[in-house]
Design a protein around this ligand. Structure first.
Ligand code: 5AD
Ligand code: SF4
Length: 474
């Protein structure tokens, strides 16, 4: 048994990075690494970076500046602090990081996390190590699965990567370059992962992928399974009461997915379906390969089978050449669809993407102004959606003790946090809650039925951060 060493991971960006961070922890656990929240105390610090929007790499360099001070301080105290840069900035700018930041010991791209132990050893013997290849082997087969106590510590909701990468090449997006081509994990491996999580108290699974509904994994029957078929199989696993998936692309919504929403009570009626713009002209230049009407039709197909379904989306304002008329089409689409929430971003040119070379840029002032208008509209839709919960009785999956003593917090089907006064024994259960009021984004209510005790979950401590952001992609 090697002596324990302390590991601190700082993750930026999407859910995929949150999940990857956990897998890095699991992969380094057999090497004797245990997590610490205190960066100054760490023997290894990993920056798990994001490259999707503006200033990503500047943020990494300024964080590395701070880490240099921490590393020097550790050295003065006779300790060695190693620093690794992982994630999409590592993938996109690995050589540059090695050149510009001598403080960095290891640079590792997202497809190589299973090689972390070897890379650390190589850095120790050779000074530095860099790996940003896309290795041919399936990294998932090599990443260590989490141990039961790690699963329990992470709480009752878990991400599982089912697909990674993207072949769509939207002209603004770096994902196809940083995460590579689309790869789907085999069904059997995903079932094993979900089974292991369920056996250790996980009740909710969010399947993640940059283009999750492009999933086409090999099934145990030798056929290629689409996402809807995978969801149907996972819904049979005892203990799994909620299933979600993120992020999906409008073009990959097939009948199996619609039918899964029709038939599976465990599949939550809340879908993140980014559209980016409501203007057909902009959608074409973005290479989205669908029109605003195609998107409306996809939404209608979901609504036809599940009346209580709600949607969120991503929008980009100020894409090169976006006119006031194009932007109005986006506002019109938002008004027409009616979202439960959405993320909107100012366009940011990403080096190496086709849109970065487009000349007709939108001024910063115009972008700011459009962003404010769009966000006001989305905020008003989100608050109306949240307010509509008041007075209703809705199912809540309880996750953990809240900050207020005696309160337990869970999530509705639409990921709204909901607080009740109740015994900790309800953690891990789905119970009906009568919603009484709304405080900012949180619902407050009362259990609508007496809670049966399940002590096994009462003991579960949760450091889990429930999904608050979207998966990068689609
Ligand atoms: N500029 C602004 N927003 C972007 N996104 C992706 N690339 C860019 C970019 N270059 C947004 C998209 C995507 C979300 C994850 O990030 O809206 O859906
Ligand atoms: Fe792929 Fe989504 Fe990026 Fe488009 S926006 S290239 S679909 S990850």
């Amino acid at each position: 048994m090697k002596p324990p060493r302390k590991l601190h991971i700082k993750s930026y960006g999407c859910q995929m990075n949150v999940y990857d961070a956990q897998r890095m922890v699991d992969t380094l656990a057999p090497e004797g690494f245990v997590e610490t929240a205190d960066v100054d105390d760490a023997d290894l610090v990993i920056l798990n970076t994001c490259h999707i929007r503006e200033k990503a790499s500047e943020k990494v360099y300024s964080e590395l500046g701070r880490l240099r001070t921490a590393k020097d301080e550790a050295a003065r105290n006779g300790r060695t602090m190693s620093i690794a840069v992982a994630g999409c900035v590592a993938q996109a700018e690995g050589n540059e990081i090695i050149r510009r930041a001598p403080v960095v010991d290891v640079v590792v791209g997202p497809q190589s996390y299973h090689h972390l132990p070897q890379l650390l050893a190589r850095a120790k013997s050779h000074g530095r190590a860099l790996e940003t290849e896309f290795p041919v082997e399936d990294k998932f087969g090599f990443l260590a699965p989490p141990k039961p106590d790690a699963i329990r510590a992470r709480g009752i909701s878990s991400f599982v990567t089912v697909q990674e990468g993207c072949d769509k090449f939207c002209t603004f997006c770096v994902v196809p370059y940083t995460r590579g081509a689309e790869v789907s994990r085999p069904v059997g491996k995903i079932i094993d992962d979900v089974q292991r999580l369920a056996d250790n108290g996980v009740r909710e699974i969010t399947l993640i992928g940059q283009n999750v509904n492009a999933y086409h994994g090999e099934g145990p029957d030798g056929r290629i399974w689409p996402l809807g078929t995978l969801l149907r199989r996972l819904a049979e696993i005892p203990g799994i009461v909620r299933l979600r998936y993120s992020t999906s692309h409008p073009r990959d919504v097939d009948e199996t997915l619609i039918e899964a929403h029709r038939d599976l009570p465990a599949l939550m009626p809340f879908v993140h379906l980014p559209v980016q713009s409501g203007s057909d002209r902009v959608l074409a230049v973005m290479n989205r390969k669908h029109t605003a009407d195609d998107y409306r039709r996809v939404i209608d197909r979901f609504r036809d089978v599940r009346q209580d379904i709600a949607f969120s989306s991503d929008f980009i304002v100020g894409f090169p050449g976006e006119t006031e008329e194009d932007f109005s089409a986006t506002l019109a689409l938002v008004t027409q669809i009616g979202y439960a929430g959405a993320y909107s971003f100012k366009y940011s040119p990403r080096p190496g993407t086709p849109a970065a070379d487009m000349r007709e840029t939108v001024s910063a002032a115009e972008m700011d102004e459009r962003l404010v208008r769009l966000q006001e509209l989305i905020d008003s839709q989100q608050s109306a959606f949240n307010k509509a919960m008041i007075g209703r009785t809705v199912d809540v999956l309880f996750e953990r003790a809240a900050r207020n003593p005696g309160q337990i917090v869970g999530r509705t089907a639409y990921l709204q946090p909901a607080h009740v006064m109740a015994p900790a024994g309800i953690i891990g259960q789905v119970l009906p809650v009568k919603i009484e009021s709304l405080e900012r984004y949180s619902l407050l209510g009362e259990l609508a039925a007496a809670a049966p005790m399940q002590p096994a979950f009462a003991e579960m401590k949760s450091s889990h951060v429930a999904p608050s952001n979207i998966t990068t992609g689609a």
